[in-house]
Design a protein around this ligand. Structure first.
Ligand code: SME
Length: 154
């Protein structure tokens, strides 16, 4: 099935399962699970959360996949760049990204989407990793941004 059709299907499933649920961790767990199940190339899917107790630091949240790093500074990695800039990061080859954090050495490309709440405050980032190079493009960006906006800005 084409990527667009898969996103169309899985986003409907996400909206249906999380309908009426406002607890962020429950919604993040659901998104991580359904995205990981829907796409063969999604090797690691999960959230890093803004830690209210430590400035400029993310702490791991709900995820599916191999063991993730527990904490990431805003100054490091693709997740840090997404948190710091508030902009989606698409990396075709993580080995070319200065400061990339290799939680799992099998990862070769990734997309990280910032997650904002209804007050436009950053609450975390959604990180999707693939073992293939150049897995992610504007289609992934559009759909993943739409999913996190719909769920966490409501
Ligand atoms: N790839 C991320 C680190 C998190 S893990 O890959 C699960 C980064 O460089 O920000």
């Amino acid at each position: 099935m084409k990527k667009e059709s898969l996103y169309s299907q899985v986003s409907k499933e996400i909206y249906s399962v999380t309908d009426g649920e406002n607890f962020e961790i429950a919604n993040m767990s659901t998104i991580a699970c359904l995205l990981k199940e829907a796409f063969d190339d999604f090797y690691w899917v999960g959230f890093y959360l803004v830690d209210p107790l430590r400035q400029q630091e993310l702490v791991v949240g709900p995820y599916q996949g191999t063991l993730g790093c527990l904490r990431i500074s805003y100054e490091r990695g693709v997740c840090g760049a997404a948190a710091k800039t508030g902009k989606t990061q698409i990396v075709d080859n993580v080995h070319d990204f200065v400061g990339h954090i290799a939680c799992d050495s099998l990862t070769n490309s990734e997309i990280v989407v910032p997650v904002f709440n209804k007050d436009d405050q950053l609450i975390g980032v959604l990180d999707v990793d693939s073992v293939k190079l150049s897995t992610f493009d504007r289609v992934d960006q559009l759909w993943l941004e739409k999913i996190v906006t719909t769920i966490f800005k409501k």
